[in-house]
Design a protein around this ligand. Structure first.
Ligand SMILES: [Zn+2]
Length: 142
């Protein structure tokens, strides 16, 4: 399974039966599972989707958006909980305008779940942790 390092972006290959364990980046030696969503920008976005075999959940947000700020800690909490099942990433829509435009982000927060680089489901608006957990579980079944 391919898994990009959250710290340096290096592509790591983890044996499929070992991705539930803690791992270290082969290049920079930092933890591969650090319970923190990865911040993505226009340049790194496609590569991140292409080089991770786990589904990727992206939170499109902005600094000025109140509901986004409310959802930030919830997203991080779920990341710590489910980081071995999916990758959690954040896109600042003010900085990553190309990506935001490409996916037609009209309101924030918007969450998009990608599998093998393709959009599987999206959610507009913030949800409390239990409902967000349910939405993720349902989206992963699609
Ligand atoms: Zn690294």
């Amino acid at each position: 399974m391919f898994y990009t390092c959250p710290s340096c972006g290096a592509i790591n290959r983890i044996p499929d039966d070992q991705h539930n364990q803690q791992g270290q980046c082969g290049k920079c030696k930092s933890a591969l599972f650090n319970a923190t969503p990865v911040a993505l920008n226009d340049t790194g976005f496609q590569r991140f989707l292409a080089k991770n075999d786990l589904p990727v959940l992206v939170d499109f947000w902005a600094e000025w958006c109140g509901p986004c700020k409310m959802m930030g800690p919830i997203f991080k909490e779920l990341c710590a909980e489910q980081q071995h099942q999916l990758r959690f990433a954040k896109v600042n829509t003010e900085q990553a305008q190309m990506v935001s435009q490409q996916f037609g982000i009209r309101s924030i927060p918007t969450l998009i779940l990608f599998r093998q680089g393709k959009e599987v489901d999206r959610l507009a608006g913030a949800l409390p942790a239990p409902q967000l957990r349910q939405w993720i579980a349902a989206a992963l079944q699609k």
